[in-house]
Ligand binder design. Sequence first.
Ligand code: NIG
Ligand code: FE
Length: 412
Amino acid sequence: MTGAMTEAPAAGSTLITGIGELVTNAPPVDAAARDLLGLRHDAAIVLDGDRVAWVGAAAQAPSADTSVDVGGRAVIPGFVDSHSHLVFAGDRAAEFAARMAGESYSAGGIRSTVAATRAATSDALTEHVRCLVEEMHAQGTTTLEIKSGYGLTVEDEARSLEVARRFTEETTFLGAHVVPPEYAEDPAGYVDLVTGPMLAAAAPHARWIDAFCERGAFDADQARSVLLAGHAAGLRGRLHGNQLGPGPGAQLAAELGLVAVDHCTYLSDADVHALREAGTIATLLPGVEFSTRQPYPDARRLLDAGVRIALASDCNPGSCFTSSMPLCIALAVREMGLTPAEALYAATAGGAAALDRVDVGRLVPGARADLVMLNAPSHVHLAYRPGVPLVREVWIGGVRSGGVSARSLSAG
Ligand code: NIG
Ligand code: FE
């Protein structure tokens, strides 16, 4: 299964040399705990087709059809963005501006995007997603998840997922995003729709099912019914929870043994304990706290308690309209107590784990050839130089393209 669909697999093999620092995310088994990233300073890497074929000391590198000297720059695994909502139309810049003038964020803003998305053509939705995916690729994201959740009718959810599937196999059915206006007086009827005909129409285009378990959206019982119905239809569960205040999301995710629960901004000690016991990954989305002026989640507390974490963008028109994983890394380091190494790991191997993927997020033989060359000598620069376009080259499934430091961000 590919995470990011590319034009065509690369032909032949490529030897990458001159790597100032290689992040493998695969430390030797006897490595010190501080070598989380499996760093190598003498390394070369060989790509063959869409896979990593060889990683080792530059002096022992085999020959290849072509070679690239990266001039002492750092090479890292491509970012794995495990949480985004790219299928939408419309713009909520005015809502953002109002927030920055003192308004607070609430789940209800989703309904304005629902109206715009329903009114858009499928071609317009597809082109918009294409622009955002190109924006992500240029910033080093090589695997991404995309949710539905702005259609909220049987037809509009199914077509949102069809659009998303053109760009990734990591598609998530989020019919339980918010109760749409036409069901305002009958939320139970809407849950019946989501778990019945909407799920049946969505399931062929989705790998995952999600629900927004929060005040103003769905309570724990409603979210549980949605996730169990999805499970019965062959979808894996994930959940939005504990974003806007304390709530039942993290405990529900643990109870159901979900791979990941996302946001986790407000967690009690019991929530943290439950996540650790269940092995559920807490996906942290610091762009949301940045864009809603909420307190940041305490990533240090989670790691110290033995909870695995991922970092993702949550790119969406309401709570966080960034597609930048480097921004998320910088915020996680500055505001959430992570070291640069922990933040990069969470944005690569952590995201892969949150999507239950073992073929991405690490640079080892057999992994997908998804890697990023930074215009910097080490990964630390991702947080040390916030806001600077450091992604110089990106390989997705062995196919090379320029990053933001090599071309303009304007897509399309
Ligand atoms: O992940 N929390 C729920 N959904 C999105 C926000 C959606 C919106 O405001 O449009 C999120 O933050
Ligand atoms: Fe989200």
